[in-house]
Design a protein around this ligand. Sequence first.
Ligand SMILES: *Cc1c(COP(=O)(O)O)cnc(C)c1O
Length: 371
Amino acid sequence: MMSYYCDLAVPGVQSLTPYQPGKPVNELKREYGLEHIIKLASNENPIGPSQLAIDAIQNNLKELARYPDGNGFELKTKLAERHNLQTDQITLGNGSNDILEFVARTFVTANDEVIFSQHAFAVYPLVTQAIGGVICEVPAKDWGHDLNAMLARITDKTRLIFIANPNNPTGTWLTEDEITGFLQQVPTNIIVVLDEAYFEYAHAPEMGFTEYPNGIELLTQFENLVVTRTFSKAYGLAGLRVGYGVSNTEISDLLNRVRQPFNVNSLALAAATAALDDQEHIEKSILLNKQGMQALTKVFSDLSLSYIPSVGNFISFDLGREAAPVYTELLKLGVIVRPVDNYAMPNHLRVTIGTPEENKLFIKALHQALT
Ligand SMILES: *Cc1c(COP(=O)(O)O)cnc(C)c1O
């Protein structure tokens, strides 16, 4: 019975492994009967969204009977001003994952090849396989993208390349010179997606990563480039699902053709638009992240655990042995982090930087779990 419908499914879907999300807080509460739980598993902003976003949601509640603005006029207008773009270069998504899927569906068909790095974000193989595309995973170098090896992997079947900068779950990043050097060598008939989900954290000069590029500023040089950003991470709006892609207008016109007409809901549109006005909140979030990152890396060093330096709001650390038992111990102590064995990193765990209190609880639990 069970294999009957499986055999009927298109081949790409038959072989798909579902995305593994971080464990929800309520699930852990049910399983272990725990009251106090901290979740540092999905790279969410620990202080949540801007109050302006919350107010905007409240103000829009009475309009819920209406369809949202399918063109997202206000959000696009504000994004265009912010980034010095034309509004028709922007494609709005139900999260930036939506955009990743639009690009795959627009440019890739069965048996076309899609290149991405080993240990790269799990959604790239998902959107590729679902449409019968061929996954070309290129071995990583020092946990990060090996751009030369990725270039060498290009064939006349290559249609799309995904680059995560920084990458999740490794936190590794590429400099402006590395990215531009790479893009100069990719033929213009191959689309390159530069996934900048953690842009706000990585780009902050106060973090000291001065060579981290702004992909949107590279669009004028590279016509085959699509840059994706999200409101799920630094903006603290993961639950609402809103992200966007930026490209040349010809590509965004195509992406908008495969988009569902009302893919971004009205509360998400209102909240994201309002959130853009609160730069102070972003700066506060970046500072908190920087302090938390320093606190955690110090603890890893003290515990002689190696870690992968990260410019995101998360960090993957190496237990030097199978990480799963430590993950389970942490769960019992009410701390949810992220196993990354599905990223071929069985000895690592990924932890999201939390509030100072959450970081302290994580550190305490980690000490306990290791003894
Ligand atoms: C979190 C994340 C995203 C964003 O997903 P949304 O759909 O915008 O919530 C995209 N890319 C990477 C690498 C991420 O880690």
